[in-house]
Write a protein that binds this ligand. Sequence first.
Ligand SMILES: Cc1cc2nc3c(=O)[nH]c(=O)nc-3n(C[C@H](O)[C@H](O)[C@H](O)COP(=O)(O)OP(=O)(O)OC[C@H]3O[C@@H](n4cnc5c(N)ncnc54)[C@H](O)[C@@H]3O)c2cc1C
Length: 441
Amino acid sequence: MVVVGGGLAGLSAALDLAEAGVPTTLVERRPFVGGKAYSFHDSVNGVELDNGQHIYLRCCTAYIALLDRLRLRGSMRLQEQLRLPVVDPRTQQMSAIEASAGVPAPLHLLMSILRYRHLSWRDKAMLGRAMWPMLRMGDRGRRRLDDVSFGDWLRARGQSDAVIDRFWDLIVLPTCNDRSDAVSAQQAILVFQLGLLRDPHGADIGVAKQGLSVVAEAALGAFQAAGGETLLGSAARALDHDGERVTGVVLGNGERRAAAGVVAALPPHRVAELLPEEWRGRFSALDQFELAPIVNVHVEWDRAVLREPFVAVLDPSVQYVFNRSLITEQDGPTQWVTCSLSGAHAEASMAQGAVAEAAIAGMRRAFPAAAEAEVLRWRVVKEMEATFRPRPGLGRFRLGTTTSVRNLLLAGAWTDTEWPATMESAVRSGQAAARGWLERT
Ligand SMILES: Cc1cc2nc3c(=O)[nH]c(=O)nc-3n(C[C@H](O)[C@H](O)[C@H](O)COP(=O)(O)OP(=O)(O)OC[C@H]3O[C@@H](n4cnc5c(N)ncnc54)[C@H](O)[C@@H]3O)c2cc1C
């Protein structure tokens, strides 16, 4: 087998295939694995940074099982129970969305919602009108909502623009990488059902204490230990085929690699580039995907400006702030923090200095300690193709793992896992591709 793409989807597929005894080669374009989730040495600032802060939730069961399999739980920091502090820069008041210990879902959120200072009492009273139907909705009912925008669905249940902005989008934006108005209701509702409404621990938040590449590198190590072959820095240029089936891949240097089957663990438009012209019509769904950016602003302050590991900020130029010094257990007089900006269409086309300036100004408004502090260094990382956009109507174009070409399988966070573009979706898709192959042979 050849697995093309060394992101979490490709690594998961390759690992399962190799461990099942299938001779497998992993082909990755870049000289390192990890795809959208990696860390790198920032030579200008002399520190290791993630390409973008990644979180996972306790409901990400496939990702957590992978961490366990790679013995990486100790490299992670997972909350015992959900606590998400939220600050309003206009008042600098902090209020948290948090679970009450020992209380079943969804009542575990009730106390914190009653205490939540960033919504009016009227808005709080209206929240139930949207939460209750989500709680009762089954999988089929949810899937029927793919064509509807979550914003429209919420407004039809009495949610005001303020409550969408100050509550619903707080969760939708980082998980779906877009605002409620641009996201399919089926996609957003799945997030709330899995994370907040069905299990009191579903949304406990986890982060890596080390650079993010630790996961991909451990997966690569396990793959190689199982006998897998790796071609790093080697792009696939095309699929080789005999008209009916795939016969291998053509690499960038023209070398042909024969294979019994291929897993294309790539973003949708990259899969399309590899397909022979005569198969393009069968895979026209790939053209339906649009990609969306995430921008991260890494800032070193000359002193501690943040006490919590992370805080959501009701300011679009800041969004979520992560205390990297605390998370990575690197105490010192200075503090590294990372602002993660999802759905960052505006920031993606701004100059890096302007993005950093806006985020730093936003942090100064939100955190009194930052208002007094100096910025020592910063680095902006723009990921222009961070995720697919889960727009209304996209669900029907998310392709399954097995395809009409018998020995061509697909994997990637964008395939039909139902999850938004996450590490969980990537791992699930890769494992499904390996299963699909093993069941066919
Ligand atoms: C900044 C940022 C923040 C994010 N935050 C979160 C988060 O908090 N939580 C979360 O769960 N998810 C988050 N995500 C999303 C998550 O990282 C992705 O959904 C997931 O990693 C995608 O994995 P994948 O394997 O499907 O695809 P990719 O990671 O895109 O992997 C595809 C791989 O294929 C390689 N490739 C492409 N073309 C070729 C070719 N022709 N030949 C060989 N190789 C090729 C690429 O180099 C890449 O390594 C974030 C993403 C970004 C960018």
